[in-house]
Design a protein around this ligand. Structure first.
Ligand code: MN
Length: 168
């Protein structure tokens, strides 16, 4: 017997998982999309305590994102500039070079926002602060890295020549 998925849920009624490195990167992420039947978009609620960011500064080559600030204040780093953000702000996160982004809570109260993204696979992300990149293939809807069918995070300068190691 299949249970009908309701298309609506309240952000106070979802489960939040801890994400981060235990230091500067720390967030509570509440995955919503699959719970209410979303198929082509991923939705999550991100909750940041003061001083924290969920993810390093990064850009995407395939998925596009949108952020809506529900509560609190902070700063958006976007393509080398900083923008103050607050409740009610809508933020675009398009793809490609010139779109690197990071949301940080610089205030003294919780910052809460809705993050929406397309779910194209694979996604390729670049992390300008560290020179890393990531390739992620598979089901990105839940945001769970273990669902990826292929995932690598590496330094861009560790690449090899196209024909390296090939002899036949
Ligand atoms: Mn992003």
């Amino acid at each position: 017997m299949s249970e009908t998925i309701k298309p609506v849920i309240n952000i106070d009624d979802i489960d939040y998982m801890d994400f981060g490195d235990g230091g500067k990167f720390q967030a509570k992420l509440g995955m919503i999309g699959p719970l209410i039947g979303a198929k082509k978009l991923g939705y999550n609620i991100t909750r940041l305590q003061p001083g924290k960011a969920a993810f390093p500064y990064h850009l995407h080559h395939n998925i596009e994102e949108m952020f809506f600030i529900i509560e609190g204040e902070g700063v958006l780093r976007f393509d080398g500039k900083e923008y103050p953000i607050k409740k009610g702000d809508v933020i675009a996160g398009p793809t490609g070079h010139g779109t690197a982004h990071q949301i940080r809570n610089t205030a003294d109260a919780e910052l809460v926002f809705l993050a929406v993204s397309t779910l194209e696979t694979p996604d390729v992300a670049e992390y300008p602060d560290s020179g890393k990149y990531a390739v992620i293939c598979g089901d990105l809807a839940g945001g769970d890295p273990s669902k990826a069918t292929f995932r690598i995070v590496a330094k861009k300068d560790a690449g090899v020549g196209y024909f390296d190691g090939e002899s036949e």
